[in-house]
Design a protein around this ligand. Structure first.
Ligand SMILES: [Zn+2]
Length: 355
């Protein structure tokens, strides 16, 4: 089974997904189900069918056009505990069906007070759904996101929620949101509090040129992140720092290419900075970011990496093994994933030995 990389192979590969936004991972089909249930309500009747609203034509959108989709559409649709639980369960099922064995979902706690949903109730709902789904095949943990537009008080509230629900599977804090907004120096105390409670830290990093000044990137690095997401518009000095600290990298091929995030408007997968980091000492996790929007499941991301960067089946197994180093879920989860990968490798060896 060590022949060419096929889609069946990348699906069977035991994968860890470390950068997936819960809301962005909801498929248009699932949103359509929620929309059908709500269509009769006054709020639902004003919303466009998600099958057309959430897959804008690729030529007409870029990273900045996605934020209105989340802000105005998906948040308005999934604004009560019933739809949050339903959508979360569908997301878990879809990752599981794609061969993901370990998942760190991230989400910004949000409230909809008219529906009785506080930020805490939202987090509880997601955690309860994860617990109900079980860990037999897919092990899922939660990262709570601070939005760049948050105030320090809002960020502190998120960290306090993360601390409160640490024993229920919250493993880290993320900084996300529109990279043109906010001042990252606002959140120093919030990240400090998270670190003091052994929460791990991942940051959206150098997504667009405007959020990639030396000052901003050095500020973000001063928060002692464990992993970085995207890492696109970096400088040699910043890269050297990332490299010497061996920070885990969450790289999102389809997202970066389709949202036109690569430097100089480059549009080819082969232009992706995966090529620069691959083979270096940093753990690389291929990630989907928002599979509901970009439509490329993580098995396809591994397939694309193999296709565009000429990786073999063996290289992909090793890539998966590398990603395990940077998970936030602890030593037991790491050993579980290494065992799954060893087993998978044995199956491949045996299949090759067979006539
Ligand atoms: Zn992201």
């Amino acid at each position: 089974m060590w022949g060419d990389v096929t889609e069946n192979f990348t699906k069977a590969l035991p994968k860890a997904e470390l950068h997936a936004h819960l809301t962005g991972s909801i498929s248009p089909e699932c949103l359509h189900e929620v929309w059908k249930r709500k269509r009769s309500s006054p709020a639902g009747s004003q919303l466009e069918d998600p099958l057309s609203a959430c897959r804008p034509e690729a030529e007409h959108h870029d990273i900045l056009s996605f934020f209105p989709v989340f802000d105005k559409y998906i948040y308005n649709l999934c604004n009560d505990t019933e739809s949050v639980a339903f959508a979360t369960e569908q997301v878990l099922k879809e990752f599981e069906a794609d061969g993901v064995k370990y998942l760190e979902l991230r989400t910004t706690p949000r409230e909809s007070l008219e529906n009785g949903m506080t930020k805490e109730v939202y987090v509880q709902t997601v955690l309860d759904t994860i617990a109900k789904h079980g860990k037999e095949v897919l092990s899922t943990y939660l990262i709570l996101s601070i939005d760049r537009r948050n105030t320090l008080e809002q960020a502190m509230e998120t960290v306090r929620l993360a601390i409160k629900y640490q024993d229920k599977g919250v493993v880290g804090i993320d900084l996300c949101g529109n990279p043109l907004k906010g001042d990252v120096t606002t959140f120093r105390e919030a990240f400090k509090l998270a670190k003091a409670h052994n929460l791990r830290l991942t940051l959206h990093f150098a997504e667009v040129p405007q959020s990639s000044t030396e000052v901003e990137l050095q500020t973000l690095l001063s928060y002692q992140p464990d992993r970085l997401g995207h890492v696109i518009h970096t400088t040699p000095a910043i890269e050297a720092e990332i490299s010497s600290r061996k920070l885990g990298l969450e790289l999102c091929l389809s997202c970066n290419v389709h949202a036109k995030m690569l430097p100089g408007g480059k549009r080819e997968f082969t232009d992706h900075h995966f090529a620069n980091w691959y083979g270096q000492s940093n753990a690389i996790a291929l990630c989907t970011d928002d599979v509901g929007i970009f439509g490329s499941p993580i098995s396809n991301e591994y397939f694309l990496a193999a296709w565009h960067f000429n990786l073999s089946r063996y290289d992909l197994v090793e890539l998966c093994r590398g990603a395990v180093e940077s998970i936030f879920g602890g030593e037991r989860e790491k050993q579980r994933l290494y065992s799954l990968l060893d087993e998978f490798e044995k199956i491949c060896d045996n299949a090759e030995a067979a006539p």
